[in-house]
Every structure is written in C-alpha cells, then in structure tokens.
Ligand binder design. Structure first.
Ligand SMILES: Cc1cc2nc3c(=O)[nH]c(=O)nc-3n(C[C@H](O)[C@H](O)[C@H](O)COP(=O)(O)O)c2cc1C
Length: 214
C-alpha cells in the first residue's frame, strides 16, 4: 500500500490489519540464542545504518531468536537484560509483527506469545516498505511499571530505554547482514488499537528488520 493511501486511511481511522498468512500459533518457543562469537563490536558499529529496502523473505527462527535476545533478552541474574531501564522497571515491551500474527516477546521465558492473529505489519507505519518486510518490531512502554520514577520523567526514561533496545537491534542487524530502520513516523493510535493495548501502554517507536533487497 502506498504512503499516500496509508495517510488517507489513517486520517479516517481505517488503517487496518490483514488476515494472517499461515497459522497463528498461540506461542512460539524460540531456540536458545547464540550468545557467543559474531562480528566484533567495532566492526558492527562501523556498519550500522538505516536501510529502507527489504526483501520479503522471512527470517529463520534461530536468527529471529538471536535478534530478540540481542534486543532485550535476559543476560544476567534476576532477569536483567541486554538493554538498560531506569530503576530496572523494564517498562518497554517488544511486540513482533510477523506475516503469521502479532506476538509479544517475553524475555524471561524467551518465547513469543500471540497477541492478535492478524497481520498488522502495514499498520506499523506510513512508509510502504513496512507492509512487506518480514518483521516489524513495535516498542511500547507500560507506564504502569514506572511508579517509582518521577511522573515528569517517565516519558523520557521510556524513550531512552527504547533507544537502547533499538540500537541493540541495529547492531545485531549490522553484524548479521540485515537491513533495519527505526521509525517514529507511525500512527500510534492505529497500532495500539490493532494490538488491543491498555491506556497505560504507550507506543514509542517501530523498527523494521529484514534481508536487504537485491
Ligand atoms: C527517533 C528517530 C525516529 C526516526 N524515524 C524514522 C522514520 O519514521 N522513518 C525512517 O525512515 N527513518 C527514521 N529514522 C531514521 C533516521 O532517518 C536515520 O537514523 C538518519 O537518517 C541517519 O541515518 P543512519 O541511521 O543510517 O545513520 C528515525 C531515527 C530516529 C533516531
């Protein structure tokens, strides 16, 4: 769908998901992530880039597993994660929009739990590539988990935590020859509606990841 069509549908509140392709499993158990090796950090930093042309091929499950662990997986005792969060509130949830449905990444169990059995990729942003790229991540903050943080700072704390997750994804993508782009040009209401989020949950950003086109 073109950006213009998306903008028009968005203005009418009619930017809607599509039926899923394949079966929407209630839970996807992710294989254990590979936590060693890979491209040296300085090399990955040298390659990090925003790219907006994606091949439609889906990411194999082991690669998706590694990507999600890199984003905000558990890497320490008591569920501590690869990305920081103020007061360890862990308020940023990572939703995973796949052709087969929209899932919540649950870092403690390292599983994907089905949220809606629709293909919501095209709802995750106004840019046309989001419809067909194999993976759109949605970063949403649950403000209800931030009761210890000063009210005036909750928004910026959550944005910083989301930025850290997003950079983890960018570096993973760079190290694995994937294309990625973080996106703030999104219809937050449409995404929240598609995911059935509560009032406490604020959509922050989306991020598309996939194989580069060509
Ligand atoms: C908060 C934020 C929001 C962004 N929103 C978008 C967006 O909506 N669409 C997009 O294509 N790129 C978006 N970008 C990516 C920037 O355009 C990109 O980072 C910038 O052009 C620099 O390019 P580089 O990331 O390749 O270094 C965003 C970046 C940030 C940090």
């Amino acid at each position: 769908m073109s950006t213009l069509t998306k903008l028009a549908l968005g203005m009418m509140g009619r930017l809607r998901p599509k039926p899923v392709r394949g079966e929407a499993l209630a839970q996807i158990a992710l294989p254990a992530a590979h936590k060693e090796g890979g491209m040296p950090l300085m090399e990955a930093l040298g390659k990090r880039r925003s790219t907006r042309e994606f091949a439609p091929a889906e990411l194999p499950l082991p690669l998706l597993s590694d990507l999600l662990w890199a984003a905000c997986g558990v890497n320490g005792p008591d569920g501590l994660r690869t990305a920081p969060s103020a007061l360890d509130a862990r308020e940023v949830d990572l939703y995973v929009a796949l052709p087969s449905g929209a899932y919540l990444y649950e870092p403690d169990a390292h599983v994907l739990s089905l949220v809606v059995s629709s293909d919501i990729r095209r709802v995750t942003g106004y840019q046309d590539f989001v419809d067909d790229a194999p993976l759109d991540l949605i970063l949403a903050a649950d403000i209800g988990r931030m009761r210890l943080a000063p009210v005036a700072q909750r928004e910026s704390f959550a944005a910083v935590a989301a930025g850290a997750i997003s950079q983890n994804v960018y570096l993973f993508a760079a190290a694995n020859g994937l294309a990625a782009v973080i996106r703030a040009w999104i219809d937050r209401e449409a995404i929240a509606e598609a995911l059935g989020l509560t009032h406490d949950q604020h959509i922050l950003l989306s991020q598309t990841v996939g194989y580069p086109r060509g």
